[in-house]
Design a protein around this ligand. Sequence first.
Ligand code: SF4
Length: 154
Amino acid sequence: MFDKILISRCFLGENVRYNSELIPLKHPLLTLWQQQNRLIALCPEVSGGLPTPREPAEQQFNNNSIITITGTDVSAQFNLGAKHALALCQLHHIRFALLKESSPSCGSTLIYDGSFSNKKIAGQGITSKRLTQAGVKVFSENNLEQLAKLLDTK
Ligand code: SF4
């Protein structure tokens, strides 16, 4: 059986982003993985109960919370989404995830610094972090070729 891949729903062109922007990821590998029925899609923030559109939110590193730009604490929704992502991985025996870089949930190497000033720092989003801790390898739109090398082919 092919390795399944957990994928950010926004990569499939779905209207789940905080600002309702559609960002379908167009790449031959993604088309192949769709044809191979490898993809299991989730938006952790929507799965955690947040609407679309929604206020932008960023991790706050002084107290480990996730706060929207107007100060609402959405940590519970973000953590619930991460829990759902991990449960999906466990259900489908998923070892790999392809998640949107820089998102406060899905970012795998970069996230915004919590100041809402468009500044990125090294770090992982809440879901990426939870999956990585559980042994799931998380990739982004910037390195999906590396993911392809690790997948089984039969
Ligand atoms: S939380 Fe992840 S899947 Fe949902 S819109 Fe943001 S980057 Fe995409």
